[in-house]
Design a protein around this ligand. Structure first.
Ligand code: PMP
Length: 403
């Protein structure tokens, strides 16, 4: 099994009571030394604002920032750099996508189709619009194994459907959704397709042209990059036909006392001083995963997931895994009958094991399943079999104390 453990300095830290075992990469990934060094390098030697000064350090910062945009564009197989908007996060990107689509002409009675496995950040922006515009929101259901029901999706997609917004990979069930098939159904009816790639970005090759979508969102911090930097990719003609999101410096062409004109994308959506260091570090993180190869990362995480699933099921027959699709990746959510997930995660934490407990910002899933939450183990390229073995040992110990 390949091993990238040593690239991540946080993993060298010790825990008072055991081996520090980070199994919460679905929440955020750890950062490799080269990304941390890149941030340090920028703040040590290259600080200057972008798109403003004519002096050479501003030019250098601008070319580093724009170079990062080019890396993201190539990473996503975008048609052009102008389609890449730097945001704060997936959440901000999805809110921006909802704003752009609304400004292209949503009206009362129009339908937005989501799935029952969406993260709250792909539900609430649409609910906010629903209240303002009188939209109708519908949900594609998932079945017992955690796969979307494509037949039901076909019934739900009608001439009234104006938007299909869905996650590529579920952060709770781990399912990889068939975005291409669903996008084709939606496109047949002329709907816009929005993909939440927050969980897939560090595992699957993302190709916006192959996915056949109009917008795609992800966060840098789930791709080994820092917090506070995200991406919205959108088709250029849509981006240039919409109203700006925020107004301010850098997004204008001409400002008059009463009215102003705006630059095209991406400047139109990047008002004010952006997170320059974040964008540059995201570019470095993209270089990092591309050097490793996303296919190798996927293979590594799938092998670990299969091993973890087998070992977990040996622990107790009271354990139930949520999401057992054959097309799933690095997420292992489970409950233990009779044990509260918070108690269990606290005991694991005391032994150095970091897992997530709760509803993972997917309350629609848990309400459907009649559960209040689960434990979620989520893996990344730096995890090893030893992490799973240690987690299983700690889980056994914890359950002895709790049951
Ligand atoms: N969508 C999914 C599927 C996610 O897993 C997350 C993060 N847990 C988000 C959206 C939101 O990402 P962020 O908090 O970085 O905006």
């Amino acid at each position: 099994m390949m091993n990238w453990h040593e690239d991540f300095p946080q993993l060298a830290t010790s825990h008072t009571n055991g081996r520090y075992t980070y199994l919460d990469s679905g929440a955020t990934t750890l950062k490799p030394t080269r990304v941390i060094d890149k941030i340090k390098e920028f703040y040590s030697y290259d600080v200057s604002n972008v798109h403003r000064g004519l002096h050479s350090s501003s030019n250098k910062a601008t070319s580093l920032y724009e170079g990062a945009r080019t890396k993201v564009a190539r990473f996503l197989n975008a048609y052009s750099d102008e389609e890449i908007i730097f945001t704060r996060s997936t959440t901000e990107s999805l809110n921006l996508a909802a704003h752009i689509i609304a400004s292209l002409g949503l009206k009362s009675g129009d339908e937005v189709l989501l799935t029952e496995m969406e993260h709250h950040s792909n539900i609430i922006p649409w609910q906010l619009l629903k209240e303002k515009l009188g939209l109708i929101i519908k949900y594609i259901p998932f079945d017992d194994v955690g796969e979307l029901d494509l037949n039901e999706a076909q019934n739900l997609i009608t001439d009234k459907t104006k938007v299909l917004a869905l996650c590529h990979v579920s952060n709770t069930l781990g399912t990889i959704n068939d975005v291409e098939a669903l996008a084709e159904m939606a496109k047949d009816k002329g709907a816009y397709v929005v993909v939440d790639a927050a969980q897939s970005v560090s595992i699957l090759d993302l190709d916006v042209q192959a996915l056949n979508c109009d917008f795609l969102a992800f966060s840098g911090h789930k791709l080994f990059a820092p917090f506070g930097i995200g991406i919205l990719w959108g088709k250029k003609d849509l981006l240039n036909s919409s109203e700006p999101f925020q107004g301010g410096g850098s997004m204008i062409e001409q400002v008059e006392k009463e009215n102003s004109t705006y630059l095209p994308s991406p400047q139109r959506y990047e008002a004010g001083t952006p997170n320059v260091a974040g964008a540059i570090a995201l570019g470095e993180a993209i270089d990092y995963v591309q050097e490793i190869g996303l296919k190798n990362i996927y293979k590594h995480e799938l092998e670990l997931l299969e091993y973890a699933t087998e070992e977990l099921l040996k622990v107790s027959d009271k354990i139930k895994i949520l999401g057992t699709s054959k097309t799933k990746v690095n997420v292992l959510s489970f409950i233990v009958e009779g044990v509260h997930h918070s108690d269990l995660s606290q005991l694991l934490d005391q032994q150095g094991v970091a897992v997530r407990a709760g509803h993972h910002c997917t309350q629609v899933i848990f309400k459907k399943l009649g559960l209040s939450g689960s434990i979620r183990v989520s893996l990344s390229l730096y995890n090893e079999k030893e992490d799973i073995d240690y987690f299983i040992t700690c889980l056994r110990k914890s359950l002895e104390m709790l049951v």
